[in-house]
Design a protein around this ligand. Structure first.
Ligand code: MG
Length: 360
């Protein structure tokens, strides 16, 4: 899928959004899942291509061989490791199995998860660029009704952009996301982070590298602004270490990166226990992944506004019925399964290749 507008971060520029779509047939019925690994391994160590290999060579053959042993959805999903080497591949198959089972039972994912909200506040990501372009992008977002901006920043493309947005849109919620591009030992980086502390930001996301938990703990002490960690939360073990180290005051939960919906709920549980609020993160998901993430983001504990926006911000034609904005909010899909229907004509037009796997 081609993104409506490319997104530039401190690390890379996203133009295309490859999607790996899964259709599973179980004893109960049919379900769809989506793998949200990105085009390269740079962000999560897993790319859409490595995820495809893992699914085709290991996860799917394993499920087909052992499928009959499982007596319930929970058991099948539980057998998929949440600490495995390929959480994004795992999350795709989990999503498809959940969709199939919940459709057959006439229950929505949101009901199954016992979410507490019917809609979540939408967010929009604005990439790095000349200040004039950033401001124009922010104005478009605000005009669409979205009240929450995630601005990508990097050293030297930070304070001026934030000040400009703040001056023009004093009421908008701003999170800045550095994608780990600052270094605590660099005096100019530290000065920039201190300057950002004065703009009433909702959070500074991942200022330092994923591994620098001590540095983040230091920033938690130094800055009034919430420190929201994203790349540092590579899995549940890393989340525990981050929480133990006091390295953040909010956690970005990306279901696909953690291994899926169940792993995301576990992450939320651990954050609730630690008194740290969550934000639902996005990875430019297509309609299925977005549906799953919206449901997770409607759980208790997701008290920091998240990344997710309407389908139209990312894709001209989503592979599902599009997620639409209502007064700045994204409704939680409430129909059975993930709550969205796959648009087969769009999928057919986009499909580069397909494989079928059958029990032997
Ligand atoms: Mg981020």
């Amino acid at each position: 899928m081609t993104l409506v507008a490319p997104v530039a971060t401190a690390k890379e520029r996203h133009v295309r959004r490859p999607i790996l779509l899964l259709r599973v047939t179980t004893d109960e019925g049919v379900g769809y899942g989506e793998c949200d690994a990105l085009e390269t391994t740079r962000y999560a160590g897993e790319s859409i291509d490595t995820a495809e290999v893992t699914l085709a060579q290991s996860i799917i053959p394993d499920l087909l061989k052992r499928g009959a042993e499982y007596s319930s959805l929970e058991e099948a999903v539980g057998s998929l490791s949440t600490q495995g080497a390929a959480p994004m591949a795992t999350s795709a198959i989990e999503m498809a199995l959940m969709d199939a089972a919940l459709r057959a039972r006439g229950r929505s994912l949101a009901t199954y998860l016992e979410v507490s909200r019917v809609a979540i506040p939408a967010g929009a990501t604005v990439g790095i660029g000349p200040v004039r372009d950033v401001l124009a992008a922010v104005n478009d977002v605000v005009a669409s009704g979205i009240r929450r901006i995630k601005l990508k920043i990097a050293p030297d493309v930070d304070v001026v952009a934030v000040r400009t947005i703040r001056d023009h849109c004093p009421d908008v919620e701003i999170v800045v996301d550095a994608n780990g591009s600052y270094t605590i030992s660099d005096p100019s980086h530290r000065a920039a982070l201190r300057a950002l502390d004065d703009f009433g930001l909702s959070a500074i996301e991942q200022p330092l590298s994923a591994e620098d938990l001590d540095g983040h703990a230091q920033l938690v002490k130094e800055l009034r602004t919430r420190i929201l960690l994203d790349e540092s939360i590579a899995n549940l073990d890393r989340l525990d270490r981050v929480l133990d180290a006091g390295a953040c005051t909010a956690v970005c939960v990306k279901p696909a990166r953690l291994g899926g919906i169940f792993a995301a709920r576990k992450a939320r549980d651990r954050c609730l226990a630690a008194g740290v609020p969550c934000a639902i993160g996005g990875l430019f998901e297509a309609g299925l992944g977005r549906a799953a993430a919206i449901a997770v983001g409607a759980l208790d504990g997701f008290d920091v506004a998240g990344d997710l926006g309407p389908s139209s911000r990312y894709f001209r034609d989503d592979i599902t019925t599009p997620h639409k904005l209502f007064q700045g909010m994204l409704p939680v899909p409430m129909r059975p399964g993930l709550g969205v229907d796959v648009r087969q004509d769009i999928v057919d037009a986009l499909t580069a290749r397909s494989h079928q796997f059958l029990p032997s």
